[in-house]
Design a protein around this ligand. Structure first.
Ligand SMILES: Nc1ncnc2c1ncn2[C@@H]1O[C@H](COP(=O)(O)OP(=O)(O)OP(=O)(O)O)[C@@H](O)[C@H]1O
Length: 893
C-alpha cells in the first residue's frame, strides 16, 4: 500500500477538514455528478506539485481555494496533505512514512512541505522522479488523458516510456549537463575574446616593457655616472676653494703690514697737521687782531670826527632853546588872562540856571495837583455811571413787572367789559379796548389809560367798579409806578453829576496844557544855559591843559639847555681820550705785523714736509685698496664656489629627487676622469635616443596584464577541461538512457501486444519507434487492429476502442514498471459490459502490485473494488466523504 491517507481543507468543494483513509488494492470513489470526486483527483495532482491551472480545471491557481456557497463564506487558504507509506523505500528518503503538504493563500503565497519541513517545488518533484508518480507520469489517468495519449504527436508520448524506463532523472541531468556545456562553451568564447584583447596588450606591453627596462638600465647607469661626475665637480670646486684660501692668507698678512704703515704715517701726518693747524690758528688770530686794530683805528678816527660834528650841533641846539624859552614865557601869560575872563562868564550863567530851575519846579507841582483833581472827577463819573447802569437794570425789571400787571389788568378789564353792553358807553368802551390792546405792547400807554379809565369808572355801574377796585394787581401796579418814577429821577440826578464832572475835567486839562508849555520853555532855557556853561568849562579845561603843557615844555627846554651844556663839555673830554687811544693802537699794530710774518714762514715749511708724507701715504693706500679688492674678489669667488657646490647638490636633488650624499652611499665609485665620465654619458645618451619613445609605466602595466593574461589562459584551460568532462557525462547519459529506454520500450512493446489481445479478446496492436536510430529523440507510433478489423489509424477507432487501447498501453507499462498507485478517473465510462469485465479482471490482477483508486459510475467496476469511498454534498456546495468496506464474497453473493 502506497497512499495511506489524504487530508483536504479549504480545497475546492472540500470546505471542511476532510480525512480520507486509502485502502490497498482497488478503491472505488463513488458519488453523484458534481459532488466533488474529481476534486479529490485534483487534490492528489496539486499536492504532488501540479502547476498548470488548466490541469487543475481553474483559470487561476487561487480558484482551488473554497470560494463559498450561499450559506458559507469563502476561505482564504487551501491545504492538502498526502501521507505516503515508504516501507519499501521507493522514495529516496530514509523514513517509513512521508507526509507531503501544499498550502496556498488567496494572496498567492504558496508553501510546500515534506515531513513538515518547508521545501522548494523542485525538491518535491525530484522526490518522485522515475517512480511513475508525478506531474508527467502515468499514475493518474483521467478520461481526457486517454484521448491525449492516442491523439497527441508520437514524440509527445515519449514521457510514458521515459518514466517507465526511469530516465526522467537522466534526461534532466542530461539537459542540465547540456546547458552547462553550452554555458561553458559560451564562457570559453567570451574568455577567448577577452584573451584575444588582453593578448594584444600583453605582447605590446611586453615589447614596451623590455624597451623601458633597457631605458631604465641606461638611466640607472647615467645616474651612477652623473653621481660620479657631480661628486668630481664638487671635489674640484672644493680644491679650488682651498687653494684660494691659502692665497688669501698671504694677502691678509701683506694687508696687515700696509695697514700698520698707513696707521703710523697717518698719525705722524695728523700730528704735523695738528701743529700746522695750531700755527695757522695763531696766525689767523693775529691777522684777525691786526684787522680788528685797523677797524678800531678807523672807528676812533670816525668817532673823533663825529665828536667834533656833535659839538657843533649841540652849540646850535643851545641857541635855539634860548629862543624857545622866551617865546613860551610870553604864551603862558596870555593863557592865564583868558582863564580869568572865562571864569567870570561861567558864574553869570550859573545864577541864571538856578532861576530857570525854580520856575520849572513850580509848574510841575501845579500840574500834578491838576492831574489828581482830574482823577477824582473821573472816579466820580465812573461811580455815577455804575449807578445809572444799576438804576437802568432796576427800571427795566419794574417795567417788565408793570407789563405783566398791565396785561393781567387789561385781560381782566376786557373780560369784565364783555359782560357790559351799555350803549351809551359803547364808543368809550371800544376806545378803551383799543387802548388796552396797545398797552400790552407799550405799558406807558397804561398811564393814559388811567385817565380814560377814571372817566369810565365814573360812568360804570357800582358792582363793576367794586370788582376793579378790589383787584390786587391794580394796587401793585400803582406801587410799581411810584418806584419807577423815583428811579427815573435818580438816573437824571446821576447823569447831571456826570456832566458837571466832565466840564470840570475839560477846564483843568486846559490849565495843565498851559503849564506844560511853560515847563517846556523853561527846560529849553535850562538846556541852553547848561550847554553854554559846559562849553565855557570845557574851554577852561582846554586852556588850563595848554597852560600846563606850555609850562612843562618850558621846564623841559630849560632842563635840555642845561643838559646840552654838559654834553658839550663831555664831548671835548671824550675827544681827548680818543686821540690818546689812537696812538696806542698804532704801536700794537706794528708788533702784530712782525709776528704774522714769522708764523707764515713756519707754516710754509710744514706744508712742504706734509706733502711728501701724504704722497707716501697715498701710495700705501693704493696698495691697500688693491689687496682689499683682491680679498673682495676672493670672498666673491669662494662664495661663488660654495654656491656652485650647493647648486650642484640642489640640481641633483631636483633632477633625481634624492640627496647626492645619499646617492653617493649606494653608488659605485667609477673612473676619476671627468672627460671619460662625460664621454660615457654622451654614449649612453645616444643609446637612450635610439630606444626612442617609451612607455614609462610599461613594466608595471605589463606585470598587471601578464597576470590577467596567464589567469585567462588557465581559465580557458579549466573551461576546456570542464567542456570535456561535460561532453563525456552527456555521452554517458545518452548511452545509458538509450540503453534503458530501448530495453523498456522493447518490453512494453511486447507487453502491449499481449495486453491488447487480452483486453480486446483478439485483434492485434503494436508500438513502433518513428526513428529507431535516434532512440532518445524518436517518437512512438501506436498501431491497433481490433478483432476482425483491418489495421486502422487509431484516430478512426471508436470511443470504447480508444479507451481500451489506452488502458492496454497503461497496463502494458504497469507490467514493466508498475507505479505504486494509480488513479483512474472514469476511464471505464465508454466500455461495454464485456470489455468492463476484462478491464476489471486485469485491474484486479494489477492491484496486487499497485494501489488503484477508481472513480466510476459503473456497477461492475464498483463490485470489483475492495473498498468504497463515497462522496456526497449533503450541504449544497460542500463535499463530504463516507467510507465503507466491501467483501468480495458478499458482493458476489
Ligand atoms: N473552489 C471551489 N469552491 C467550491 N466549490 C468548487 C470549487 N471548485 C469546484 N467546485 C465545485 O466542485 C464541483 C465539481 O466537482 P467534481 O468535478 O469533483 O464533481 P464529480 O463528482 O467529479 O462530478 P462528475 O461525476 O459529474 O464528474 C462543482 O460543483 C464545483 O462547483
Amino acid at each position: 500500500m502506497f497512499l495511506k491517507s489524504m487530508e483536504l481543507m479549504g480545497f475546492k468543494s472540500f470546505a471542511d477538514r476532510t480525512h480520507i483513509d486509502f485502502s490497498p488494492g482497488i478503491s472505488a470513489l463513488l458519488g453523484p455528478n458534481g459532488c466533488g470526486k474529481s476534486n479529490i483527483v485534483d487534490a492528489v495532482k496539486w499536492v504532488l506539485g501540479e502547476q498548470s491551472t488548466k490541469n487543475m480545471r481553474a483559470l487561476k491557481m487561487e480558484d482551488v481555494i473554497f470560494n463559498g456557497t450561499v450559506k458559507r463564506k469563502a476561505l482564504n487558504v487551501a491545504e492538502v496533505t498526502l501521507t505516503i507509506s515508504n516501507e519499501t523505500n521507493i522514495l529516496e528518503i530514509d523514513a517509513p512514512e512521508i507526509e507531503i503538504k501544499r498550502r496556498l493563500y488567496r494572496n498567492g503565497d504558496s508553501e510546500y512541505f515534506i515531513n513538515n519541513t518547508v521545501v522548494r517545488l523542485k525538491e518535491l518533484r525530484e522526490l518522485f522522479f522515475d517512480t511513475g508518480i508525478g506531474k508527467t507520469a502515468y499514475s493518474i489517468l483521467e478520461q481526457g488523458k486517454i484521448d491525449q495519449i492516442l491523439s497527441s504527436r508520437p514524440e509527445e508520448r515519449r514521457y510514458l516510456f521515459e518514466e517507465a524506463a526511469g530516465i526522467t532523472k537522466y534526461k534532466l541531468k542530461g539537459i542540465e549537463a547540456a546547458k552547462k556545456l553550452e554555458k561553458t562553451r559560451d564562457n570559453i568564447k567570451q574568455v577567448q575574446n577577452i584573451l584575444t584583447e588582453v593578448s594584444k596588450s600583453y605582447f605590446t606591453l611586453k615589447e614596451q616593457s623590455e624597451k623601458t627596462t633597457e631605458y631604465r638600465d641606461i638611466k640607472n647607469k647615467l645616474f651612477d655616472i652623473d653621481v660620479n661626475l657631480q661628486l668630481l665637480k664638487i671635489e674640484k670646486l672644493k680644491e679650488l676653494h682651498q687653494r684660494r684660501g691659502e692665497e688669501h692668507k698671504q694677502r691678509e698678512k701683506s694687508l696687515k703690514s700696509i695697514e700698520d704703515d698707513i696707521k703710523l704715517l697717518g698719525s705722524d701726518l695728523s700730528e704735523s697737521h695738528r701743529n700746522q693747524g695750531q700755527i695757522k690758528n695763531t696766525l689767523s688770530e693775529s691777522q684777525k687782531k691786526l684787522y680788528g686794530l685797523g677797524v678800531e683805528k678807523e672807528s676812533l678816527k670816525n668817532r673823533i670826527t663825529a665828536n667834533k660834528d656833535r659839538e657843533k650841533e649841540y652849540n646850535l641846539q643851545f641857541k635855539s632853546l634860548d629862543e624857545r624859552e622866551s617865546k613860551y614865557n610870553l604864551r603862558s601869560k596870555e593863557l592865564k588872562s583868558d582863564i580869568e575872563e572865562k571864569n567870570r562868564t561861567s558864574e553869570g550863567l550859573k545864577s541864571e540856571l538856578i532861576t530857570f530851575e525854580k520856575n520849572l519846579s513850580k509848574y510841575i507841582t501845579e500840574n500834578s495837583r491838576f492831574s489828581e483833581h482830574v482823577q477824582g472827577l473821573t472816579d466820580n463819573i465812573e461811580n455815577n455811571s455804575n449807578n445809572v447802569a444799576t438804576y437802568e437794570d432796576k427800571k427795566d425789571g419794574i417795567i417788565e413787572n408793570i407789563k405783566d400787571l398791565a396785561t393781567k389788568i387789561t385781560d381782566k378789564l376786557e373780560e369784565s367789559l364783555k359782560s357790559f353792553s351799555i350803549e351809551k358807553h359803547e364808543t368809550l368802551v371800544e376806545m378803551f379796548r383799543k387802548q388796552l390792546k396797545l398797552s400790552k405792547t407799550n405799558p406807558s400807554i397804561l398811564f393814559n389809560l388811567e385817565r380814560d379809565f377814571d372817566e369810565l369808572i365814573n360812568n360804570f355801574p357800582i358792582n363793576l367798579l367794586k370788582l376793579i377796585s378790589e383787584d390786587k394787581n391794580l394796587s401793585q401796579k400803582k406801587s410799581y409806578d411810584l418806584e419807577l418814577k423815583d428811579i427815573t429821577i435818580k438816573i437824571q440826578e446821576c447823569k447831571s453829576v456826570i456832566q458837571k464832572s466832565k466840564d470840570e475835567i475839560k477846564l483843568t486839562n486846559s490849565k495843565i496844557e498851559i503849564n506844560s508849555e511853560l515847563i517846556s520853555k523853561e527846560k529849553i532855557k535850562i538846556a541852553e544855559s547848561k550847554v553854554k556853561l559846559s562849553g565855557i568849562e570845557e574851554n577852561l579845561v582846554l586852556i588850563n591843559k595848554n597852560l600846563v603843557e606850555e609850562e612843562t615844555l618850558l621846564n623841559e627846554i630849560k632842563r635840555e639847555r642845561i643838559q646840552i651844556g654838559e654834553k658839550i663839555k663831555q664831548i671835548v673830554m671824550d675827544r681827548e681820550t680818543l686821540s690818546k687811544k689812537l696812538e696806542e693802537l698804532k704801536l700794537s699794530e706794528e708788533k702784530i705785523s712782525s709776528d704774522i710774518k714769522k708764523m707764515e714762514e713756519e707754516v710754509n715749511k710744514l706744508l712742504n714736509n706734509n706733502r711728501d708724507k701724504e704722497q707716501l701715504l697715498n701710495k700705501k693706500r693704493e696698495n691697500l685698496s688693491k689687496i682689499s679688492l683682491q680679498i673682495e674678489r676672493y670672498n666673491f669667488e669662494t662664495e661663488h664656489i660654495d654656491n656652485k657646490v650647493a647648486e650642484l647638490y640642489e640640481e641633483f636633488k631636483d633632477k633625481y629627487s634624492i640627496e647626492l650624499t645619499d646617492a653617493k652611499n649606494s653608488t659605485e665609485i667609477l673612473n676619476r676622469d671627468e672627460d671619460t665620465l662625460k664621454q660615457a654619458i654622451a654614449d649612453l645618451r645616444v643609446k637612450q635616443k635610439m630606444i626612442g619613445q617609451i612607455n614609462l609605466m610599461a613594466p608595471e602595466e605589463f606585470k598587471e596584464v601578464s597576470k590577467r593574461y596567464h589567469f585567462l589562459k588557465s581559465q580557458i584551460e579549466d573551461l576546456k577541461n570542464a567542456d570535456e568532462n561535460l561532453s563525456k557525462i552527456t555521452e554517458q547519459i545518452k548511452s545509458e538512457s538509450t540503453k534503458l529506454f530501448s530495453e523498456t520500450f522493447f518490453n512494453i512493446q511486447k507487453s502491449f501486444s499481449v495486453m491488447y489481445q487480452r483486453l480486446f479478446g483478439g485483434g492485434s496492436a503494436e508500438l513502433q519507434l518513428t526513428d529507431p536510430h535516434n532512440v532518445l529523440e524518436s517518437g512512438i507510433e501506436i498501431y491497433a487492429r481490433p478483432p476482425g478489423k483491418s489495421l486502422e489509424n487509431i484516430s478512426l477507432l471508436s470511443g470504447g476502442e480508444r479507451s481500451l487501447t489506452a488502458v492496454a498501453l497503461l497496463f502494458a507499462t504497469y507490467e514493466i514498471k508498475p507505479s505504486p498507485f494509480c488513479i483512474l478517473d472514469e476511464i471505464d465510462a465508454a466500455l461495454d459490459e464485456r470489455n468492463i469485465s476484462r478491464f476489471v479482471n486485469t485491474l484486479t490482477e494489477f492491484s496486487k502490485e499497485s494501489q488503484f483508486i477508481v472513480i466510476t459510475h459503473n456497477k461492475k467496476t464498483v463490485t470489483g473494488s475492495g473498498a468504497l469511498l463515497g462522496v456526497t454534498m449533503q450541504e449544497s456546495g460542500v463535499s463530504k466523504l463516507i467510507t465503507m468496506r466491501l467483501e468480495h464474497e458478499e458482493e458476489e453473493e
